[in-house]
Design a protein around this ligand. Structure first.
Ligand code: SF4
Length: 354
């Protein structure tokens, strides 16, 4: 039976007209991204609001329903893939071990950078701007050497593990608006593999470890992260480890629970287990994030977008977060796998590469 929530592109997904519209979208989103980056340096208050309190809160929901859209228009990806689009990349292929190492490093980067938001990035526009510049520099450098998305978008990018965890049962499959021809540069390719999830690849110990860390660790990490206020530990460099304490404790807790569950599940049910932890993670995120955005968070000033506390009772926001959590659990755990990928794989460059 076809899934009523799934949209499959009709006609030729790689027609010149379709790709033209995607190029237009990439350019527009790139300009918005450049504007946000500039404002982080020139109008830090505005830049912080746009980046941390508008763009980032939308991302987890987008990863659940349509990660392919984000993969097509992410300004960092558009920049990092310019060397490949312009024929300036050496187009090297990574081995499975190298890819596994990059995947593990990306999870570690995520867990290392995100707690620093409380200490620096949430309140310092220039620091956030510099972080984006550093990540872009690393990404574009890798783009000069490695084939398509292998080294950054599907390798080292610290956002990628979250895309892979949340995006296991998407609503929209879109054309891949970056790779002209598939060079089979990542196996399995996260963009083109139906119902991809972090435990899908167990090629090396690095793949296994990265999958284990992101699936089991993220829900607890998110829970712990929301129990640390901004600016709490910036009195001295020695106090910096304080921002890691709660997220790491939460992470260890859910990792332990995951380790037990992983032992109990029957082979073939890894995706369901991964979906359960993904739903817990994304639900926990919005459970805390939505009240904070509307001035009803535990730490009044943190992550604040617009103060609705005088107009909307708290129970309305809480009801909304409960409905959202139910939707995520239905979407990622109960709903059967729809065999859709984030994006349609472009034609292989050469049948022997398949
Ligand atoms: S679609 Fe093909 S070329 Fe593009 S990232 Fe995936 S494997 Fe690489």
């Amino acid at each position: 039976m076809s899934d009523p929530f799934v949209t499959i592109p009709k006609g030729n997904p790689f027609s010149a007209r379709t790709i033209f519209y995607w190029r237009l979208a990439q350019t527009l989103v790139w300009l918005v991204g450049a504007g946000i980056l500039l404002s982080l340096f020139l109008l830090p208050k505005m830049g912080l609001l746009l980046f941390w309190n508008i763009l980032i809160p939308v991302a987890p929901a987008l990863f659940v329903f349509a990660p392919g859209v984000w993969r097509n228009v992410c300004p960092l990806a558009t920049t990092n893939l310019l060397p490949r689009h312009w024929g300036l990349s050496q187009r090297k292929k990574l081995t499975a071990t190298q890819l596994g190492k990059l995947n593990l490093l990306s999870v570690l980067l995520l867990y290392a950078i995100v707690p620093l938001r409380h200490a620096v990035f949430n309140t310092d526009g220039i620091a956030t701007g510099l972080l984006i510049v550093i990540l872009t520099t690393v990404g574009i450098t890798l783009g000069f050497f490695y084939e398509w998305k292998s080294a950054w978008c599907s390798g080292l990018c610290p956002v990628h593990p979250v895309e892979k965890l949340y995006g296991s049962n998407v609503a929209f499959t879109v054309p891949n608006a970056h790779c002209h021809k598939c060079m089979n540069c990542v196996v399995p390719c996260p963009d083109s593999t139906p119902n991809i999830h972090p435990s899908a690849s167990v090629k090396t110990i690095y793949h296994k470890l990265s999958g284990w860390l992101i699936v089991g660790g993220l829900p607890g990490f998110i829970w712990g992260w929301f129990h640390v206020p901004d600016h709490a530990y910036v009195a001295g460099i020695n106090a910096f480890p304080g921002v890691y304490q709660m997220p790491l404790m939460g992470m260890l807790l859910t990792l332990s629970i995951y380790a037990i569950f992983a032992e109990l599940v029957v082979p073939g049910s890894e995706k369901k287990l991964s979906g359960l932890f993904a739903a817990a993670g994304v639900s926990c995120y919005y459970w805390y994030r939505l009240p904070a955005l509307f001035g009803m968070g535990d730490f009044k000033e943190d992550g604040f977008l617009v103060d609705l506390s005088s107009y909307v009772p708290f129970w309305v926001i809480r009801t909304f977060t409960i409905v959202l959590a139910l939707l995520f659990f239905y979407w990622l755990v109960i709903r059967s796998s729809n065999k859709q990928s984030w994006a349609v794989r472009p034609p292989y460059a050469n049948k022997f590469l398949k």
